[in-house]
Design a protein around this ligand. Sequence first.
Ligand code: WT7
Length: 653
Amino acid sequence: MPSTEATHIDSTLTESRKFPPPADFSARAWVKSLDEYNAICKRADADPEAFWAECARGLYWFKPFGKTLEWNFPHAKWFVGGTINAAYNCLDRHLDGPRRNKAALIWEGEPGDSRVLTYQMLADEVGRCANALKSLGVKDGDRVAIYMPLVPEAAIAMLACARIGAIHSVVFGGFSSEALADRINDAEAKVCITADGGWRRGQIVELKNNVDEALKKCPSIRKVLVLKRVGNKVEMRKGRDLWWDELVPAQSPRCEAAALDAEHPLYTLYTSGTTGKPKGVVHTTGGYLTHVLMTMKWVFDLKEDDIYWCTADIGWVTGHSYTVYGPLAAGATVLMYEGAPNFPENDRFWQIIAKYHVSIFYTAPTAIRTFIKWGDAWVKKHDLSSLRLLGSVGEPINPEAWMWYRKVIGGERCPIVDTWWQTETGGIMISPMPGAIATKPGSATLALPGIAADVVTREGKSVGANQGGLLIVRKPWPGMLRTIYRDPERYKNNYFVQIDGAYFTGDGARRDQDGYLWIMGRVDDVINVSGHRLGTMEIESALVSHAAVAEAACVGRPDEMKGQAVVAFVTLEGGRKGDGRLRDELRAHVVKEIGALARPDDVRFTEALPKTRSGKIMRRLLRQIASGDETLGDTTTLEDLSVLAKLRDDEQG
Ligand code: WT7
């Protein structure tokens, strides 16, 4: 919800560089000019339903839909009455023509092992896995948790669920057993698909052990399917745990794709909000697929011969929409890499691009800033001339990182698509179309056709050029989330009550004199660490669950590498004094409760937290303190002013 702080969003960034699309790129692009982009937008605005219906007809429907949209604010049903299957659209549909023998997945493991699966091979694997799930009793509508490394079987498992109408809930392999247990329990998942472990920077990530730990408190799980990836010793519980290798390869590759309602849930994916409990964002089938398919063309300008690489893990929405569903629905060749960018050395990504002739590369600003730090020499060792398009996602990209990306990775030849979207939006909402829109470093540029984005005041009035405001979407779009799993109230309250009649994104933004959008980051209690969303409340709950902690408040502090770093202000039980050991213990405790990405960079002990008269923690003040800002704002409403002075003087030790 927009706090009062959101009403004074000041925008300080001034950036005047502008890069028109290269003429040769535009000539071959799906959308070739600004005029063409404008014409598509005009068509979409004039009759959104006819426009989206036409887009949806690019998919294969078992039964055509009737009504395009049933909008019962804030609930949308898209492509009403149509029946469809996501796996069928990602696989079977390509098997009639030359795509049958085209590489669907090119995979490289961190140790250097590699596999290629054609569309036919992938379809067969998905069929086998779907039959295996059926043999475990998984049915249409059942939830399946997937906790895996970035291996082909992760995508196979997702598509196998989609094939039989089971709803997958992928949990990022970097999350702790606690976080996994919470997500499994919220979804009441019946089956969990995992691996013995995964590779990360030469080390084994103990996935199966984490699952065992989590399942101590997950009564809904009946079976665990375990892929052998790293060969470490794991415990297999009799009657519950089965090896993938023993069950899946023995199945028939034929498994009929279920004809599912367009609104059948495809997956839930948990994301952080402003309370301690992650939200299970629900995406359904027909609308979601329409959105991700269209954006493969509009944003990534995908062509038959591209080798497309999105570096996101499958545990995030980017991995869902732009490693699995979007590119496979579009018939792309998708590259997938299991491990870290600096294993065995800092040039692994560039080596992979050169080795497989990657042409489209999609990564996150935090990664780009890390590459800059590692130095150009690592890049220069490799031939990156196969690249033709670069993408960025996850957080605002600083203009200097953008310029480096363009020059050093893109050889000043590749357009950059800075894509703004969210777990909730399902697919990309704001991004340049690379053949049509001139780019400006740091701006996601313009909304895609049919996406009614606006920047408004708290009252919902559009702001003028170069004024900060709240980013909203005025009309429903096919890929939008449909609800929060088992919590429709939260769905409404989180997104649809702040600005009358519109979807509120939680982000601040500004529109410049050319109508370009500049995203300014979150205006709520959500922080963005390395492109990953963390609710401050979640970290606070984790801290408070430690016996020594009485109260905690977490804020983000600007961080050169990660975008934001977590700073925790902590008061202790019974006047206990904090020291370096407790600080380390608390940081480790957060890792155990949530995962390494939530580890506070800084834990500061204080006797009390600054609060308003109504008892609200003054986060703006804490943010300023955390980033060492001396010009602190109005503090007259502080419950105890001495707290402020204490916090500022408080030493690290
Ligand atoms: C939040 C959504 C969408 C997949 C990755 C993150 C921020 C995302 C951009 C961008 C500026 C961006 C926003 C948004 N964000 N992309 N191109 N420019 N900010 O998904 O975890 O759902 O987070 O990430 O703040 O609200 P997510």
